[in-house]
Design a protein around this ligand. Structure first.
Ligand code: FAD
Ligand code: DLZ
Ligand code: SF4
Length: 509
């Protein structure tokens, strides 16, 4: 008999493991275990999402006739890890081979390939994960010999490969990228539709109370749990997004608003990343909406680029550059993560709103992650390891393959420019342009050196000044350094003095 282990982020009916096994004679194992639930202090909603989605998926497999052993979470269980569960099961069965689809994190994948065959005394077959459009080998092949690994060029290859929004060999509309149309601030129009609320079934309810009881010390609230926990719900969420939100997705992709935590974003990353949705089916649905005339091209292209471009690209980079990628700290930043990242208690309204969204919903949209919590971490010189651990723990869609390049590379520039052609550093004026936070904030966005000045302003120039040696020769930073050099010496000193005080009192902002 063969045994297939299905992980919490492998909940797809087309999973290679299922294709390789025979439901007549093989066995599936799924397990909720302490090691996976606590290797970082995951947000309560992330644990609830995974446990509930795993239970729903297991039930579907059983209904299809699979023999399945499901290990439910028990706090006192001696089976702490996936290996413990498998060891116990294999001891009592006639298993000849363990089959698993390669997993999403280097941490676990290296255990599987290096330790499991000996520990389990059985053959371990690892199958490539066909749920991504670009295989690891294809990505390495694309990257080979290139001086720079820019997403835009990779994305064009994937457009050609999939034929998405293509007219033969050319992009529909004559352009690959419509980002120039996608930078509008949101002034309250059009009104946002109500978000979808799913009826919670007995599985969801049982899991939510299990998590409340046994993961009480983990961050976040469970009361706002909105995530699809089955494929059926994920498909409903996809339909709703395409009909109601995609038409304006492009236009307001970078916008932020005090009263709207989700804007026109899809909230589909949790379902994509745990396997409930397939990236190609999601992109085909967006393409179809464009071809039917229901959404403009800039919206469909912008959305599809996030999935076949950014999502595939970060996964390719992760597997190309791990394990050393994780340790980079190009800018040598080391300030500890302020405690408000875990509590949301700060007077910086933009940060407070983004952190409340994070703690209440295990979600923040891309611009909140990149230009608020990420930008602040970059400017304030926070330790990349601590920042990465926080992002991995706190979002319901976080797995290291996607979290690490986005945090270490895109937000923190800690990889020295492998991923981003320049640091995503911005002062309060960018935040003011793209949001309505500043008008209600206790800090003043127009000033830099007063005690009530926006911290982002002095921190921005402090960042530019302290990393001059590493950044000034970057052609995309030329203008910034010319402005800094032209600035009056007294003003410069006042800004740097203010920033030093801000950094010294970082916990008090
Ligand atoms: P939408 O805005 O609706 O976008 C559609 C889809 O595109 C998303 O569902 C996602 O699958 C994909 N996508 C968009 N941007 C990216 C990106 N940069 N990288 C990969 N996929 C992308 N995304 C995660 O899935 N998991 C993470 O742990 C994660 N950590 C991040 C950390 C930082 C510091 C930053 C800046 C970004 C991170 N992202 C991560 C990317 C992005 O912020 C989220 O994918 C997005 O906010 C999810 O919300 P959504 O589904 O509403 O996205
Ligand atoms: C994130 C997560 C959590 C919280 N719990 C489990 C679990 O109990 N069992 C499981 O199989 N997977 C879980 N996961 C997802 C895994 O951590 C994920 O599969 C690996 O990190 C590889 O991406
Ligand atoms: Fe954020 Fe500064 Fe605006 Fe306040 S003033 S909301 S701290 S950018």
């Amino acid at each position: 008999m063969k045994v297939g282990l299905i992980l919490g982020d492998q909940l797809s009916h087309n999973l290679p493991t299922l294709q390789k096994l025979d439901r007549e004679c093989d066995m599936i194992v799924m397990a909720e275990v302490a090691e996976e639930a606590t290797y970082v202090k995951h947000h309560k909603q992330k644990i609830a999402l995974l446990f509930s989605a795993m239970r729903h998926f297991a039930r579907e497999l059983q209904q299809q006739g699979w023999q399945l052993r499901y290990h439910s979470y028990q706090p006192q269980s001696t089976a702490w890890s996936l290996l413990d569960v498998l060891s116990a099961f294999l001891r009592q069965s006639e298993t000849t081979e363990l089959v698993i689809t390669e997993c999403g994190e280097y941490r676990l994948q290296s255990q599987i390939t290096e330790a499991w065959p000996t520990a389990l005394q059985c053959r371990v077959t690892v199958l490539p994960d066909s749920r991504f459009i670009t295989s690891k080998d294809e990505f390495s092949h694309w990257a080979r010999g290139r001086k720079q690994l820019r997403m835009e060029y990779f994305y064009r290859e994937v457009r050609r490969k999939t034929g998405l929004l293509m007219d033969g060999n050319n992009p529909l509309g004559g352009q690959w990228n419509f980002d120039a149309d996608n930078r509008q601030a949101y002034k309250g129009r059009p009104a946002l539709p109500e978000r979808l609320i799913f009826q919670r079934d007995a599985i969801d309810i049982e899991v939510l109370s299990l998590v409340e009881e046994h993961f009480a010390t983990h961050p976040g609230e469970l009361s706002g749990f909105i995530w699809p926990t089955s494929r059926e719900q994920a498909l409903t969420a996809l339909d709703c997004f395409i009909c109601q939100l995609l038409p304006h997705f492009g236009q307001f992709q970078d916008a932020m608003n005090q009263h709207q935590h989700f804007m026109f974003h899809s909230l589909l990353s949790t379902s994509l990343n745990c396997g409930l949705l397939d990236p190609i089916e999601v992109c085909r649905a967006a393409e179809r909406a464009y071809l039917d005339g229901a959404v403009p091209l800039n919206a469909a292209e912008g959305f599809i680029r996030q999935i076949i471009g950014w999502r595939e690209y970060v996964r390719g980079l992760y597997w190309l550059l791990m394990p050393t990628y994780k340790n980079h700290n190009y800018l040598q930043q080391s300030t500890p993560l302020p405690h408000y990242y875990w509590t949301g208690k700060t007077d910086m309204l933009c940060m407070q709103q983004s952190l409340h969204n994070t703690l209440n919903n295990a979600y923040a949209h891309h611009i909140q992650r990149l230009m608020l919590t990420g930008n602040f971490a970059l400017l304030a010189g926070l330790d990349p390891q601590q920042v990465c651990d926080w992002y991995l723990a706190i979002y319901a869609d976080a797995y290291e393959w996607v979290e690490l390049p986005n945090t270490l590379g895109m937000a923190l520039y800690a990889d020295g420019g492998v991923m981003a052609s320049k640091p995503y550093a911005a002062s309060g004026s960018y935040i003011n342009r793209m949001s309505d936070y500043c008008r209600s904030c206790r800090y003043k966005v127009k000033t830099s050196t007063e005690t009530d000045s926006c911290p982002f302003n002095s921190l921005y120039w402090h960042f530019i000044n302290r990393h001059q040696a590493k950044l000034e020769h970057n052609p995309r930073m030329g203008m910034v350094y010319r402005n800094w050099k032209r600035m009056d010496a007294g003003k410069k000193q006042a800004i740097l003095t203010r920033a030093d005080i801000v950094i010294k009192n970082i916990e008090m902002l």
